[in-house]
Design a protein around this ligand. Structure first.
Ligand SMILES: C[S@@+](CC[C@H](N)C(=O)[O-])C[C@H]1O[C@@H](n2cnc3c(N)ncnc32)[C@H](O)[C@@H]1O
Length: 253
């Protein structure tokens, strides 16, 4: 899958990889190129990279709790709309990049169909480790994971037919700049698919959160997902379990 050289050859040492947790084994490191580079934000822009990274390094999202095989991943995808439609409609031979792939469920799903080339990038190595672990365990051959900052892409412009970025840009210091940066990676005639929070469809989430907070979490049993597992965090923040997203994700809709 690396026939055409799309990744610039940048190999950073551990010290330059900001906030990265070192992988336990040499072998895993070989599989996940660590190409994350900090973006030089102007003084008037608060840089949220470290806050975001430390959150997602501790709380990789989404988790693989209910998924133990490529079959269960496919079943989960067919319960929602987003992943299923992408999987049905991205044609044979397409070159796909998922930006902010988290634990890589969507990319692993897309990579299960033969004939696509899927790259999946995230800032957080722990999420990528889970992604790569699932990929390896299920022998998914058409996807490759890498650590990358979306503001400093390591791919050449016009490389991909599809760039997908779901639930990511609103976690950055400048979503519009992020959008402009990753759009350059799509070639003419290609498509970019973006998922963002939507304040109206978050109203139920915000209401539920309010009820849980004032009731000291006594009503959490009303939420089917919270019922199914014990939350590690219920406050506002990326990836918290009361944090349903309006975007159509593999795990939601
Ligand atoms: C809410 S998760 C979404 C994960 C996945 N796209 C999904 O739909 O389930 C947001 C992800 O964006 C990643 N992210 C945030 N800022 C990023 C950046 N500047 N570069 C690369 N990834 C970033 C985080 O590490 C995290 O895994």
């Amino acid at each position: 899958m690396h026939k055409r050289s799309n990744v610039c050859a940048i190999k950073l040492g551990p010290r330059e990889v900001a906030g990265a947790t070192q992988l336990s084994s040499r072998r895993e490191q070989e599989y996940i190129p660590q190409l994350f580079r900090l973006y030089d934000w102007p003084a008037h822009k608060p840089d949220v990279t470290e806050i975001m990274k430390s959150f997602y390094e501790k709380t990789p999202f989404p988790n693989y709790d209910e998924l133990d095989s490529s079959l269960s991943l496919r079943e989960k995808a067919t319960r929602g709309v987003f992943a299923r439609l992408l999987d049905e409609q991205i044609p044979f031979g397409s070159r796909v990049l998922e930006v902010g792939c988290g634990t890589g469920q969507l990319s692993n799903l897309l990579g299960m169909t033969w004939g696509r080339t899927v790259f999946a990038a995230d800032a957080c190595l722990n999420s990528l480790k889970l992604a790569e672990g699932f990929r390896k365990a299920n022998q998914i051959k058409s996807v490759a994971f890498l650590q990358m900052n979306l503001f400093r892409p390591v791919f050449r412009p016009d490389t991909f037919d599809f760039v997908i970025c779901n639930g990511v840009l609103h976690h950055t210091s400048d979503p519009f700049l992020g959008f402009q940066t990753i759009s350059r990676l799509v070639q003419n005639g290609g498509a970019i698919v973006i998922g963002l929070y939507n304040k109206y469809s978050r109203l139920t989430t915000d209401f539920a959160r309010l009820v849980f907070r004032v009731s000291g979490d006594r009503f959490q049993f009303l939420d089917p997902r919270l019922r199914a597992r014990t939350p590690t965090r219920s406050g506002r923040g990326p990836g918290s379990w009361t944090n349903t997203r309006t975007r159509m994700s593999l795990s939601t809709q």
